[in-house]
Design a binder for this molecule. Sequence first.
Ligand SMILES: [Fe+2]
Length: 203
Amino acid sequence: MAQPFEEISPRPLKPGLLELDGISRASIEAHYKLYQGYVAKRNEILGKLGSVELASANQVYSDVRALKVDLTFAIGGIKNHEVYFEHLGGDGGEPDGAARDLIVRHFGSVGDWRSDLKASGMAARGWAWTAYDWDERRLFNYVGDAQNTFPVWNATPLVALDVYEHAYFLDYQTDRSSYIDAFFANLDWSVVNGWIEAYAIRP
Ligand SMILES: [Fe+2]
């Protein structure tokens, strides 16, 4: 029997994202199209799972396997980009409030956090995230090689640094380091602080 699901729509692109410092309008517009693609594929995959043949499930290859593996890629692509687009458009600089308190407590200083996240981004093939692990009750910078690797259970991303080449090749060619600096310069800490408050994360 088909599992019910609701189709979702892409969140609209904030106009301010077309006027970032060091990340061009063309780059953001192309990037947003990729995000729309993840949403479309999420809807398509869930639709197909509604009629997939469960009896032929097989770990080597089967329709249910292919759909469920790629569903995590599509949903990861949605969630990662929704964090990314939402918290860009600010003036970067030093975090304040709860974001600052959390970062200082768990990394020692804002500079140490930034260095660690940048190194994580340089070491990743897809993403680097600052996330709050609810079991350890602390922040950690995680590395991801794709939309669906390697988040951990029960952690909430608060900063999502996209280091796929599509995020920066148009503006920086292979100079990922300069792109990461531009990413930091456009972070909106008020958005991050809003999430910390909404999720009731206590420094
Ligand atoms: Fe991306």
